[in-house]
Design a protein around this ligand. Structure first.
Ligand SMILES: [Zn+2]
Length: 174
C-alpha cells in the first residue's frame, strides 16, 4: 500500500541526493499518540527538541512508550556528550523511560534511557525490533536532515503531515 508516509520517504530521498547541506532534525513520538513534534534548527551541530510542545502534550497525556529520534547527518554512530546531557534532563523532567535514537545513512542506533536508583542510566540496545512505521519515520527524519534545498517552511510542512498521518512508531526489545 502506497500511502502518505511512502510519499514522504520518496520525497525525502529525492531531495537528499545532493548531499551538501546537513542539519540535525529531531522528532518526538509515542506509540500511543504518534508524532508529537519535529524540529530542525538548521544547524548540523546541535540537537534540539521542542520543549514547549512536548511539555504541553505531557500535561494532558501519560504515554508509556516514548521515542526521541534525531539525525546524525555526519554519520557519527554514537551519542555525543550533548546528547547524553540532554536525554538525562528529559528523563528527569518527564519522569519516564525514553528510547533515544540516532538515525544515520546506515540505520538506527537505539539507547534505552531510564532512571534507576536515582540515577539516569543509558544502555545501548542491540536486540530490538523496530516496527516498519518507526523505520519509516527515522528514514524521513534522516532524509530531511541532508538536503540543502529544504527550507524551514518545507520542514514544517513535512512535520505537519507526519503528525496528521497518525503514524504510530513501536518497538520490541528482545
Ligand atoms: Zn546527536
Amino acid at each position: 500500500m502506497y500511502n502518505a508516509i511512502n510519499a514522504l520517504i520518496d520525497f525525502s530521498k529525492n531531495i537528499s541526493n545532493n548531499n551538501v547541506f546537513k542539519r540535525e532534525v529531531s522528532c518526538f513520538a509515542t506509540s500511543e499518540d504518534g508524532v508529537i513534534s519535529i524540529t530542525s534548527n538548521n544547524s548540523s551541530g546541535a540537537v534540539e527538541f521542542d520543549f514547549f510542545t512536548i511539555w504541553e502534550y505531557f500535561k494532558k497525556n501519560r504515554p508509556k512508550n516514548i521515542c526521541m529520534i534525531h539525525s546524525h547527518p555526519d554519520e557519527i554512530d554514537f551519542m555525543s556528550s550533548i546528547d547524553e546531557n540532554m536525554v538525562h534532563g528529559w528523563v528527569l523532567a518527564l519522569g519516564v523511560e525514553i528510547l533515544f535514537m540516532i538515525t544515520t545513512n546506515n540505520g538506527i542506533i537505539g539507547y534505552m534511557c531510564k532512571k534507576v536508583n536515582n540515577k539516569v542510566e543509558i544502555f545501548q540496545i542491540d536486540d530490538v525490533t523496530y516496527s516498519r512505521e518507526l523505520e519509516l519515520l527515522s528514514s524521513v527524519v534522516y532524509g530531511m536532515s541532508s538536503s540543502k534545498e529544504l527550507s524551514q517552511e518545507s520542514i514544517d510542512n513535512v512535520a505537519k503531515n507526519l503528525i496528521e498521518s497518525g503514524i504510530k512508531p513501536s518497538w520490541e526489545i528482545i
